[in-house]
Design a binder for this molecule. Structure first.
Ligand code: CTP
Length: 377
C-alpha cells in the first residue's frame, strides 16, 4: 500500500475483519489517506458501504495477502464479507497474492482454486519460498511488495500499448442449420478467441468480437460484440468490420460444410439410411485475405498430422502475416480445454514454439507478437 501511494496511485483499502486483527484501521487509513472499508454497514451511522461503487471505482484491485479462505471463496463466488462483494462487483483487472502456510499452499484444493481464478482472468502474484508464519520453510509467503508493484506497473504499461488500434476477432463454432431442430456444428468453446479479445481489450485496443453460438462468455468491458450462428453470417459480420480495423485474428472454428438444402419442417426418420448432401461454406479467413490492404491478418490452424506443412500452406493461401498452429496431438491443446499449446509461424519464415499454457497466457503471447506488427516504431 505504501509503495502504491508513493508511486502516485490513489488507494482505498477493503479489509476482512480478520485482516484488521493484524493491522489497525487507523494505520491503514493514515497510510492510504482514505477511510478503510470492512463492513457492509457502519455500526454507528448505519451508513451502507457501496461495494458495487468501490468495485467500479478501482482501475486495479490487488488482494494481498490472499488467504486460503478468501481464495476458496473467490473461486466459488461466495460473498459473506465486503472484500468478496467488492471482488465480485469489480470489473477491473484483479491481482491476487496467495499467502498461507506450506501444506495449505500445497493442498490440491488451493491449486484448483488458483486455477479457477486464473480461468476468470484474474492475475496471480505468485507466492514465494521462504520462512512461513509456522516456522516452516517453503512456498507460501506472499509475493514481495516490490514485486507486486512492478507486476502491476508492467501490466499497466501493456494496458495502453494498443490504444488507438482496432482489432477484429472471431471465435466459437458455427452451426449450420439442417431443419428447425438440427444443425451441423463442432465442439469449439470459443475460449481461445474470447481470451484474445479480452487481452486486446485489456491493452486498450478497440475490439470487435464476432462470436458464434457459445453459452459461456466472460468478456472484458468495452468489447463490441456481434453474435452469429452460421458461417455465412460470420462472413458477413467479419467483412463489414474488416475494412475499418488495423488487424484481424480469426480464431473461430467455422464449419467447412453445410447442408445443401434446409427444410422448414423436422425431418422424420422414415428411411433406414439417410444421405445428407453437403456443400462448402465460405472460407471467412480466405475472403478477408483477398480483401486485405494494410491490415495485419492472423489465422489459426488446427491439425492432426503434418502440422507445420499444412499450417505453412494455409499461411500462404490465405495471405496471412502469421498463423497460430494448434496440434490435436498435444495433450494440453484442443476444444473445450482451458489450456493450449501453440506454435506460431510468420510469413517471414520465423517460427516461435511455446509451452502448454492457460489460454489467457497463450492470448498474451499472440498479442505480444501482434504488437510488433502494429506498433513498429
Ligand atoms: N476458416 C475460416 N472459414 C472456414 C474455415 C476456416 O475462416 N470456412 C479459418 C479458421 O478460422 C482458421 C483458419 O481458417 O483461422 C484455418 O482453419 P482450419 O480449420 O485449420 O483449416 P481449413 O482452412 O478449414 O482447412 P482444413 O479443414 O482442410 O484443414
Amino acid at each position: 500500500m505504501r509503495l502504491f501511494v508513493k508511486s502516485g496511485a490513489e488507494v482505498k483499502v477493503v479489509s476482512t475483519k480478520e485482516g484488521l486483527e493484524f493491522i489497525t484501521p487507523l494505520t491503514l487509513a493514515t497510510l492510504s489517506k482514505n477511510p478503510v472499508y470492512s463492513e457492509f454497514y457502519d455500526k454507528e451511522s448505519g451508513a451502507w458501504t457501496n461495494h458495487v461503487e468501490l468495485g467500479k471505482w478501482a482501475d486495479i484491485m490487488v488482494i494481498a495477502p490472499c488467504t486460503a479462505n478468501s481464495l476458496a471463496k473467490m473461486a466459488n463466488g461466495l460473498c459473506d464479507n465486503l472484500l468478496l462483494a467488492t471482488y465480485l462487483s469489480a470489473d477491473c483487472p484483479v491481482f491476487f497474492a496467495p499467502a498461507m502456510d506450506l501444506d495449505m499452499y500445497a493442498h490440491p484444493s488451493t491449486h484448483k482454486n488458483i486455477q479457477s481464478l486464473l480461468s476468470y482472468g484474474n492475475i496471480e502474484l505468485p507466492a514465494e519460498e521462504g520462512e512461513l508464519a509456522s516456522g516452516l520453510k517453503g512456498k507460501g509467503r506472499m509475493c514481495e511488495p516490490e514485486t507486486i508493484l512492478s507486476m502491476v506497473e508492467d501490466f499497466l504499461k501493456k494496458k495502453n500499448s494498443l490504444r488507438g488500434k482496432s482489432v477484429l476477432v472471431n471465435a466459437g463454432p458455427t452451426h449450420e442449420r439442417l431443419d428447425p431442430v438440427r444443425f451441423i456444428g463442432n465442439y469449439s468453446s470459443g475460449k481461445m478467441g474470447i481470451a484474445i479479445a479480452n487481452e486486446l481489450a485489456q491493452r486498450g485496443a478497440d475490439v470487435h468480437l464476432v462470436l458464434g453460438p457459445v453459452s459461456d462468455q466472460r468478456l472484458s468491458a468495452g468489447i463490441q460484440l456481434t453474435r452469429v450462428t452460421s458461417a455465412e453470417e460470420m462472413l458477413l459480420a467479419c467483412q463489414s468490420k474488416f475494412k475499418e480495423v488495423d488487424a484481424a485474428i480469426l480464431a473461430a472454428a467455422v464449419a467447412d460444410y453445410r447442408p445443401k438444402t434446409q427444410v422448414d419442417q423436422k425431418i422424420k426418420k422414415k428411411t433406414k439410411e439417410f444421405i445428407l448432401e453437403l456443400e462448402k461454406t465460405p472460407d471467412v479467413l480466405k475472403q478477408l485475405g483477398s480483401m486485405k490492404s494494410s491490415q495485419t491478418l492472423v489465422g489459426f490452424a488446427l491439425e492432426t498430422n503434418d502440422e507445420i506443412e499444412h499450417a505453412k500452406d494455409k499461411l500462404k493461401k490465405k495471405k496471412l502475416d502469421f498463423i497460430v498452429l494448434n496440434s490435436m496431438k498435444d495433450p494440453g491443446a484442443g476444444f473445450q480445454k482451458d489450456t493450449n499449446k501453440i506454435t506460431i509461424l510468420e510469413k517471414n519464415g520465423k517460427r516461435h514454439n511455446f509451452d502448454t499454457k492457460l489460454k489467457s497466457e497463450v492470448a498474451s503471447d499472440i498479442i505480444d507478437l501482434l504488437e510488433t506488427y502494429l506498433c513498429e516504431d
